[in-house]
Design a protein around this ligand. Structure first.
Ligand SMILES: [Zn+2]
Length: 163
């Protein structure tokens, strides 16, 4: 149920980016519940200050809540091609494909969202196109890893960009 917020700026003018918007799955302690969504209530009150929702990779625990919660956040989406393709299908299932701004970012691409300069860094994981995010701001750099492992010979996709 990954759902991360990064904020920049003084409290009255703070801007936000969201990194991942995923679900988790019900278990024995939640009988009858298939999926569980993160609670966006706090950031929903600041939805107009969200500059973008950046998705690191296409696992359900990272993108599974997008089509459910986007109507409450309404910010543009950013993802590399494989993740964007799967997102588009999920948005279509909920009749949102014409409403949502879904931006496809090339592998290794950069997105400037207000004070955030976000670089997609190719990693290896268990799905195509896992990305870490190097989030540069005027005050410092944050490395948002997403999910990763160091796999020098992935069956599919590129090796980790160690540079
Ligand atoms: Zn994953």
């Amino acid at each position: 149920m990954n759902f991360n917020l990064y904020g920049y700026g003084p409290p009255d003018r703070r801007r936000w980016i969201v990194a991942d918007l995923g679900v988790t799955f019900g278990g024995q302690d939640t009988p009858g519940v298939d999926i569980i969504l993160p609670d966006p209530a706090w950031i929903e009150d600041h939805a107009e200050d969200i500059l973008g929702i950046v998705l690191t990779h296409a696992h359900e625990d990272h993108i599974g809540a997008v089509a459910w919660l986007w109507p409450r956040l309404r910010a543009p989406l950013y993802a590399t091609p494989f993740t964007a393709f799967l997102l588009r299908e999920k948005l279509r299932e909920r009749n949102l494909e014409d409403e949502v701004e879904l931006n496809t970012v090339p592998l290794g691409g950069r997105i400037v969202l207000g004070p955030f300069d976000v670089e997609m860094v190719t990693l290896t994981h268990s799905i195509p196109e896992p990305n870490g995010l190097v989030i540069r701001t005027p005050l410092g750099v944050v490395l948002h890893t997403g999910d990763w492992k160091i796999d020098p010979s992935p069956l599919l996709g590129e090796v980790t960009d160690a540079g």
